[in-house]
Design a binder for this molecule. Sequence first.
Ligand code: GLC
Length: 801
Amino acid sequence: MIKNKYGFFSKDGREFVITDPKTPRPWFNYMWNENYAGLISHTGGGFSYLETPRDNRLTRMRYNCLPWDRPGRYVIVKDSESGKYWSLSWAPTIDKKYDLYECHHGQGYTTIITEKNKIRGEITYFVPTDLNGEIWKVKLTNLSSRKRKIEVYSFTELLMGNALNDIINQPNDKHFTDIHFNKEHETLVCTRRYWVLNRKVTVAQPNIDWRYNLLFTTTLPVSGFDGSLDNFIGRWRSEANPIAVETGKMSNTEITAGDPIAALQSKITLDKKSEIEFAVIMLVVSKDEKNPFKASQLKQLKEIKTIDKKFEAVKKYWDDYLNNVKVSTPDNKFNLMLNVWNQYQAAVTFDMARNSGYYHGGLLFGTGMRDQFQDILGMVIAHPERVRKRLLNALRFQFKDGSTLHNFFKITEWGEKTNHSDTPLWIPFGIVEYLNETADFSILDEVVKFYDEGEATVYEHFKLAVDFAISSCTERGLPKIMNGDWNDTLDHIGPKGKGETVWGAFFLGYILKKTFELLEFKNDFETLERWKAKYEQLRNVINDTCWDGKWYLRAFRDDGSEVGSQKHKQGKIFINAQSWAVISELAPKERENSCLQSGRKYLLTPYGMQIVWPAYREIEDNTGLISRCVPGKKENGAVFNHASSWFVLASILNGDIEFAYDVYSRMIPLNSSKRIDRYEVEPYVYAEYVTSPEHETENQASHSWLTGTAVWMYRIGLDYILGFRTSLKGLTIDPHIPSSWKSIKAERNFRGKRIILSVENPNGKNSGIQSIEINGKSVESNFINPDDYSENELNVRIVLK
Ligand code: GLC
């Protein structure tokens, strides 16, 4: 059993079960479909939104709140006889002792089980696949041998509209709320009579309506309700001791102004040893609908049978999703990550971007272009059709000169052009990865509008992005860094437009190389020649000007001074300039070896590779925010997992598999979180960074869930360690495994076929193929074009040399 002090993984790995609610931070999960999403902590905390967490937030979560994750979706039960009450999710009544507490975070749902005062509660939160809404399904069991009278209070604090406005203009926001109780359907109908859809913060108030009604109801008969937060909670109280719960009297207030809550009371009687099932339902419907209840539908939804079916559909969705990839190696933790949690986290990043989490509050970022085009790496295996749609949508934020917005917001379609030099280049990255998986070349002919004016085919969008990057180079041919590159905090290196990025040069080279196969396929030889020439020119200028003796420099400032050199006091060596030297194939072999060796010498920590060394201790105005961040955290010298994963990839490409796997393992959250009270965040998903030994809080992690690490660790594991390498023409199988692995099995769907791989490693090697059989026949090459086979399953048997 894989476990820590606060919980364990279920036997099949599909759930992380928290057994002690006093975790060092709230440990979250997600529940969502394409439109409706929510995050949920192990105590019931978290918020929900439709489409976008900034502009269309449904429920509240208070920022900088103590305790951390308030409010949330709560069901408090009260024993009418004794007057004792407690929450079925532990919070907000946290000071009570429970006989049992278990929170099961699974894929797309969270179940919290409690036992207290001889009542067992099981509450499952989920978002159905086909509804703009969420369901809290509850089972209450009377464990005692007497009849019990129980009051049930279900409530959530509402926001309904613009979450940023809710913070900066809260007292004004209160004058537009509207909650009524519909007796016929025993449903609270909640709305707001205006909607702030400003593209950015401004005092101007648009004159528009929040287009929705939020319905809050339960399958139990309702004995009281409240739309007024003040009345439900009472004066000088909190969610932990609402006056309505304490007195048993709901105020039955309908509001036309004031802080909104959706709260319902029901009274039930439970015979000895008996149980009851019910559900709380929250739905968002359009105001335009004549009959928002769609009475028959609501009636059907209020049947437990229907709710159970909806939950089964969620489970099936995730079974199917995870079934796309199955691995079995001698390393259980690797298997657990690839089979379940890493795949799942990749799905979360695909839909949440860096935009809706506990550490990314959903108010600022929207969807990042560079993030989005990387985040497709996970989803493209399971749902290429969703990725296709996403790519076409994201391309609308590109300008006709090939540049792009850095981020964009759904609904308002607004974003910022920040002039980060790398952003446009993630477009070709995403398109090629999509084609590598699907060979769906038809996407290239789709026509997409530019953000400014005009339109062009996807193929043209793709070329414009690359040509924009090529045209954004200095005279000697290195990319200008502009306001930063992948590393957002190297943001004051080239304010005058002359500074150059060395990582960016490798990245441009990598992207160019990645496109050659496609350009050939398109018979676009003019572009191919031009881009090949640029690639070679990059090789020359990089190796002539960017080598520091033992590793590559990171950047040049406007005045030509260097960043990331051994002659500096701080920020001597940056990880990305070393890893991408290898990934881009632009470094000669001896420099590859040398720069990776240097990385290994200066950047390796017990939790992975740190991003830069030594961290900045003195502020450098002409470098940027990196030097203002405390040493050892975030971009200033943390183990920044996204960048660390690229070092793993580089080490594999360089042939040092044992080292690569060692770093990969250190990064697996279960390993880096061995000191969980120090590590603090969820041990089942990657965090953006882990504090390096350069800070006294070494090994503390932060920004869990929403990080590019998720897709890269997933695909490095799948493509490079297990060895399924996709390309336009098909699949090359080329495992790179630790020598101690005697055999592995791995399965993956690819272009409509199931590839079932088994690898034998009798001589304890890392790589190199001795023999290969496909469906029992020995073949010469490890390249598979799935179209050459009529069978739906390809059993590939490989013996390493
Ligand atoms: C954050 C950003 C990402 C950026 C990285 C490094 O993760 O979301 O876009 O590349 O930090 O600065």
